[in-house]
Design a protein around this ligand. Structure first.
Ligand SMILES: Cc1cc2nc3c(=O)[nH]c(=O)nc-3n(C[C@H](O)[C@H](O)[C@H](O)COP(=O)(O)O)c2cc1C
Length: 228
């Protein structure tokens, strides 16, 4: 076989791999970072994962580290059970944010603010922030609370405040889908109320899925250069 033929045949054999590589590079990498004590934000994160995967994203579902003392958790069966049920979910690291093109945060409302576990994780991102590595990440946030007016939007906008310091691009849902007009639909980011048994009062699955797909879509715009 001549050298030219050998080179041609090598190129032919490489072509599918190259194309595959290009396609992989174009898919949006999405990190879904949540904290959950009793499963609500975990469920929302799972719905987001499902929708984003369906939208073609490469997804990492990550929980932030639990910081509450073991003795406190021990005294609360639902909390202990949830921690046990999700022990195999990987714990979020700052490197996961560096990896991601887009990030969805989900946090329970705590006194009208984010859970301290989420805040602690955010406070470990100073190194990446200082290097400008969090700029242009496409971000979106979700929350839950026990009271319909218990501060869901405050929690979501508190997350966005940190994201603004990063120079991230906030992909809020706005009113971009019919699910936003249903109970739990929230232009800031999906939020849900839970009852005394810890069950979701509103059906927010469609709103979560729309938010996740929109985050992936905007992530794609930024990654590929929208309009070029
Ligand atoms: C310390 C603490 C503070 C809370 N603060 C609020 C609050 O300000 N407003 C509210 O409606 N619910 C509040 N809740 C209820 C939580 O928001 C609710 O348990 C949570 O959204 C459930 O999410 P999870 O199942 O993912 O843990 C609080 C709960 C705890 C433990």
């Amino acid at each position: 076989m001549s050298l030219a033929t050998r080179i041609k045949s090598w190129f032919a054999s490489q072509q599918p791999e190259q194309q595959k590589g290009e396609e992989e590079n174009m898919s949006v990498k999405l990190a879904i970072v949540y904290y959950s004590q009793t499963g609500t934000n975990y469920q929302m994160a799972k719905w987001a994962e499902e929708a984003a995967t369906e939208a073609g994203a490469e997804v990492k579902l990550l929980r932030v580290e639990e910081l509450a003392p073991a003795a406190v958790i021990e005294g609360q069966p639902a909390w202990k059970q949830h921690l046990e049920d999700t022990k195999d979910v990987p714990v979020a690291k700052p490197e996961d944010l560096e990896w991601a093109d887009a990030i969805i945060f989900s946090s329970p409302t705590r006194f009208g603010n984010v859970a301290s576990q989420i805040k602690q994780f955010m406070d470990t991102t100073g190194g990446l922030w200082a290097q400008g590595k969090l700029a242009n990440k496409v971000v979106s946030a979700m929350s839950s609370a026990a009271n319909p007016h218990g501060g869901q939007e405050q929690t979501i906008t508190a997350i966005y405040t940190t994201m603004m310091h990063w120079g991230a691009i906030i992909a809020a849902p706005g009113y971009t889908d019919a699910s936003l007009f249903a109970a739990g639909g929230n232009p800031y980011g999906t939020s849900v109320t839970i009852d005394q048994e810890g069950k979701m009062v509103e059906d927010v699955q469609a709103a979560v899925k729309h938010q996740a797909k929109r985050t992936v879509q905007v992530g794609g715009f930024v990654k590929t250069g929208f309009g070029q």
